[in-house]
Write a protein that binds this ligand. Structure first.
Ligand code: SAM
Ligand code: DTB
Ligand code: SF4
Length: 333
């Protein structure tokens, strides 16, 4: 598939609305053709700066304005972060993602501390990912220089539904940060959430934005809303498993080279349901008992699931070992 292809919403709608089993079959076929289908990237998340965020993201337990029981905490110490990273590495994680409940990064001592964390975790041989809110160009470059491999910044939903969920920033602000991340040479991790009250058309529009990014995001987290008490979305019903499966399968077909990550919402899914997601092209998970503030399946359960399904954790930096298609074509010419 030509990566530079510009997808229209109509084209994506045709894929998205396929009968589910046909969609899964097509996605599984794409997944098999890419090779490495047995490998699942195991990522670990750590909230290094929890709560007290000034943004109003309606889904988020860390927004200061909602009363969710998440206590604001200061930035973690370097030593504590390194200890958590070692624990994550020992349990088999190869990507370590550090999250901060910030609207944006500021050029202050907290950012300097994070740069140090990035450098030290990178030295441990793990792919370092950060998710710290909006970034300026220079800040993205400093993160990259410190050894940050990837940056997570989700578009969350469709451009037109965005204003119903977040009013303290614009959809285009997200795109601007993603541009800075890509220009700095970091790998882009960008996805969204389903279950916010959006329509199928919104999901299609979100997929269209992601699929038309150039280059497409290296990883695409698909989150199901975790409806946290105290947030404006506390009473939203859980998304059906078929809806997660549909999003994962569509993402796999549209972004064949990306890692598609089954992210928030996995705790409620059975092994059989997750198996269908892996079949449909999901090849990455967040592992460990906690996401940022909410629970997640424990690693022993996940390893047992991999064993049952004949899957295996992928090595760190595996993407760099693959010869890019363009280079192969050049060599052959
Ligand atoms: N503050 C930074 C930002 O907003 O980019 C980084 C942390 S933020 C918690 C990272 C992402 O977590 C959000 O963009 C959203 O996609 C996801 N997220 C947050 N709360 C969630 C929830 N309750 N359910 C599902 N996903 C959630
Ligand atoms: C992503 O797409 N999902 C993760 C990670 N990127 C940072 C976060 C999920 C957070 C779920 C709610 C919580 O634990 O606070
Ligand atoms: Fe803040 Fe990020 Fe939560 Fe929004 S998603 S309230 S920016 S921590």
């Amino acid at each position: 598939m030509d990566k530079k292809k510009k997808w229209t919403e109509q084209e994506i709608g045709k894929i998205y609305y396929l009968p589910l089993m046909e969609l899964v079959y097509k996605a599984a076929t794409v997944h098999r053709a890419q090779g490495n289908w047995q490998e699942v990237q195991v990522c670990s998340l750590l909230s290094i700066k929890t709560g007290g965020c000034k943004e109003d993201c309606a889904y988020c337990p860390q927004a200061a304005r909602y009363h969710t029981g998440v206590n604001p905490e200061p930035l973690m110490d370097l030593e504590d972060v390194l200890q958590k990273a070692q624990t994550a590495k020992d349990m088999g994680a190869t990507r370590f993602c550090m999250g901060a409940a910030w609207r944006e990064v500021r050029n202050n001592r907290h950012f300097d501390c994070i740069l140090e964390m990035v450098t030290e975790v990178n030295k441990m041989g793990m792919e370092v990912c950060c998710t710290l809110g909006m970034l300026e160009e220079q800040q993205a470059l400093r993160l990259k220089e410190a050894g940050c491999y990837a940056y997570n910044h989700n578009i969350d939903t469709s451009p037109s539904y965005y204003g119903n969920i977040i009013s303290t920033r614009q959809f285009d602000d997200r795109l601007q940060t993603l541009k800075h991340v890509a220009q700095a040479g970091m790998s882009v991790c960008c996805g969204g959430i389903i279950g916010l009250g959006e329509t199928d058309e919104d999901r299609i529009a979100m997929l269209t934005t992601l699929a038309n990014m150039d280059p497409q995001p290296e990883s695409v987290p698909v989150n199901a809303l975790v409806a946290v008490q105290g947030t404006p979305l506390q009473d939203r019903c859980r998304v059906g498993f078929d809806e997660m499966l549909r999003m994962i399968a569509a993402a796999r077909i549209l972004m064949p080279d990306s890692m598609v990550r089954l992210s928030a919402g996995r705790l409620e899914m059975s092994v059989a349901e997750q198996a269908l997601c892996f079949m449909a092209g999901c090849n990455s998970i967040f592992a460990g008992e906690k996401l940022l503030t909410t629970p997640n399946p424990c690693i022993d359960q996940d390893m047992e699931m991999f064993r049952k399904l004949g899957l295996r954790p992928r090595k760190a930096f595996a993407a760099e070992e693959r010869v890019p298609k363009a280079a192969k074509e050049e060599a052959a010419a």
